[in-house]
Design a protein around this ligand. Structure first.
Ligand code: C5P
Length: 403
């Protein structure tokens, strides 16, 4: 369930992908495909070790525009060892072996990838993969700390089973983590001064031991907005209803069930945030609980359930909003969309509201696209065409940053 990572607004960016000799090498093919789908140009260098596991031709077939396999390729490519440093926006080494980390730490340039790495001044990321004993070895520990001190970013490794049957730290990070880190390395860093609170998903309002009141919100809109903010450098806190979107390790995710729990978590976090975007489909009402245990149907031909109001999280955050904070709300509407949205923008003291007509094909709950109207405090109002939710997420931040 990673549709919230389907950003394709990276046209004109280029990543240089280095691949080392490890059983995890084949995964870099998927990574190449994912970057290509996001509109990113990818060039590749395979070390000798990598070529034992995988062929350069596979990368070419999947859309790499250039693949290097050895140090002194041909006469018309005399400066291949410098080219990525001159033209790529970021360099990712996936998987990175212990020997590649050692070469990088010591400035060796005795084969193509380490030479290209030495000549690369831009952002460098490595996704190590190796046996836990090699990862824990003092030499590797020292090399990693030298590289981290020079600004090389590490993605993983994770704990788990490794290829040789051992268990421990050394398994390559999951592809989505490497992919997201790669996107962030080439994304604009225009939200790094922001700590963003996002609410997403439905809430569940318990009635008896086995039943609850809820709605079919998938949380995809909020998950896309959270990822877009993270990619653009923001610190992100997500308060998530009962849905299960993947987020990078440094996104704080607070999992809740009910509207009251979402309210409590959001109120806790809001004072330390400067931006809020509340996308959750919060149940406005909760059933008055039946009591302990399961309600029995025997002897009944109908059922009346009484409801009471839930707190309005958006309105409450708006009412305590400080000068240095900005707040975005969503509104699902059936008629008079602009008018209703403008009213909510004022009443809830928002900086921006994103309204969508419900029951349109390709919009709202569960869809991966949406059709929205955007209104803001400065009086601007726009109607956006039907777009992927990830694209809407990106544009929402563009719009807010204009203010
Ligand atoms: O008033 P309405 O329910 O249409 O407002 C929708 C907006 O308010 C959404 O941003 C939603 O996340 C938020 N909301 C909330 N708490 C509620 C109900 C809605 O934060 N109890």
């Amino acid at each position: 369930m990673n549709e919230h990572l389907n950003f394709d607004c990276f046209l004109g960016k280029r990543i240089h992908l280095g691949v080392c000799g490890s059983v995890a090498a084949y995964k870099s093919l998927d990574l190449l495909r994912m970057f290509r789908k996001a509109g990113i140009e990818v060039s590749v260098t395979l070390t000798d070790g990598a070529q034992e596991f995988i062929k350069g031709l596979s990368f070419e077939a999947l859309g790499a525009f250039k693949v290097w396999e050895r140090m002194f390729p041909t006469l018309d490519d005399t400066f291949g060892h410098l080219e990525p440093g001159q033209a790529a926006d970021a360099m990712l080494i996936v998987p990175a072996t212990a020997s590649m980390l050692a070469r990088m730490a010591h400035g060796l340039a005795d084969e193509m990838l380490s030479c290209q790495s030495l000549a690369f001044r831009g952002r460098k990321l490595v996704a190590p993969a190796m046996n836990p004993a090699m990862w824990d070895a003092p030499a590797t520990v020292d090399n990693c700390s030298v590289l981290a001190g020079r600004g090389v970013e590490f993605i993983g490794p994770d704990c788990g089973d490794v290829a040789c049957g051992d268990h421990g730290k050394g398994r390559m990070a999951p592809l989505e983590a490497i992919y997201a880190a790669g996107l962030r390395a080439v994304a604009p860093d225009d939200m790094s001064d922001r700590h963003v609170l996002i609410t997403l998903g439905p809430t569940r309002e318990k009635w008896d031991a086995v039943r609850f009141w809820s709605n079919p919100s998938s949380g995809m809109m909020g998950a896309s907005i959270a990822m877009a903010a993270w990619l653009r450098g923001a610190k992100v806190t997500v308060v998530s209803g009962p849905v299960n979107w993947w987020f990078p390790d440094d996104v704080e995710v607070i999992r809740v069930d009910s509207a009251q729990q979402m309210f409590d978590a959001s109120m806790d976090v809001w004072p330390v945030c400067n931006t809020g975007c509340l996308t959750a489909a919060v149940a406005d009402f909760k059933p008055v609980p039946h009591g302990e245990g399961k309600f029995k149907k025997e002897g009944r031909s109908s059922l009346g359930v009484e409801f009471e109001c839930n707190p309005d999280i958006l309105k409450t955050l708006g009412s305590i909003k400080r000068e240095d904070q900005q707040l975005i709300g969503f509104a699902a509407e059936t008629s008079n969309i602009m008018e209703a949205a403008r009213g909510k923008l004022e009443r809830k003291n928002l900086d921006m509201i994103v309204a969508n007509p419900v029951n349109l094909p390709g919009a709202g709950f569960g869809a991966s696209t949406n059709s929205v109207y955007v209104l803001d405090r400065a009086g601007r109002s726009e109607e956006w065409p039907n777009l992927p939710k990830t694209e809407i997420a990106w544009r929402i931040w563009d719009h807010l940053l204009l203010n």
